[in-house]
Ligand binder design. Structure first.
Ligand SMILES: [Ca+2]
Length: 197
């Protein structure tokens, strides 16, 4: 069952966003209940095989900041034990773009931040026009796993992650994952083909 698998497998955070996006889904009881209902609806429709898949797993990563340790590809290798670290000097920052390969709907994003004070996630369908879907500040040292839900299932091909801290310390990330339900079983939708840019 979709909702139970999500809540068991991932500890979705309360949204600590200091300036929440209008469409941001927080994990209030109403939201949790709404998501449960969604899962129940899938079951009622005979789609009990639905599960979450990580759309970003092993997809191409373009680093936008320097590498001081690890490799950008380790952001999407599915392993919490591997991290990529970046450092630009007095104000530390880390940024990269993940290309899913085609426009996909998604329902949740997970990031395992390391030595991070703030981070932003933007999405794009063409790699040129971007929309911010999440911003969050973390208590230093910010070595935490943060997940957020987007129940409206926005569509994107590119995800741009940018993190920073005000310390003279590297900024890292162990995992960046984008989840949606397994559409082979859920709605037979497998994303738009590449070439719509
Ligand atoms: Ca990793």
């Amino acid at each position: 069952m979709v909702i139970l698998r999500i809540l068991k497998r991932r500890e979705f955070s309360l949204d600590q966003d200091e300036s929440p996006q209008p469409q941001e889904a927080d994990m209030s009881m109403a939201t949790i209940w709404r998501f449960v209902v969604c899962g129940l609806s899938l079951l009622a429709a005979g789609r009990a095989e639905a599960d979450l898949v990580n759309l970003a797993l092993n997809k191409p990563v373009t680093a936008l900041t320097d590498t001081v340790s690890g490799a950008p590809e380790e952001v999407v290798d599915g392993l919490s034990e591997t991290s990529w670290w970046s450092y630009q000097g007095t104000v530390s920052s880390l940024s990269f773009v993940v290309d899913l390969g085609r426009i996909e709907p998604f329902i949740a994003v997970l990031q395992q931040a390391r030595q991070t004070s703030t981070f932003t996630v933007e999405i794009s369908v063409d790699g040129n026009s971007w929309r911010t879907i999440h911003q969050q500040s973390l208590a230093w040292p910010g070595n935490v796993e943060i997940s957020f839900l987007r129940l409206e299932r926005p569509r994107a091909r590119y995800f741009r992650y940018a993190a920073s801290n005000a310390e003279t310390a590297y900024v890292g990330i162990a995992e960046f994952q984008v989840f949606d339900t397994d559409r082979v079983f859920v709605d037979d939708f497998e994303g738009d083909p590449v070439g719509l840019r």
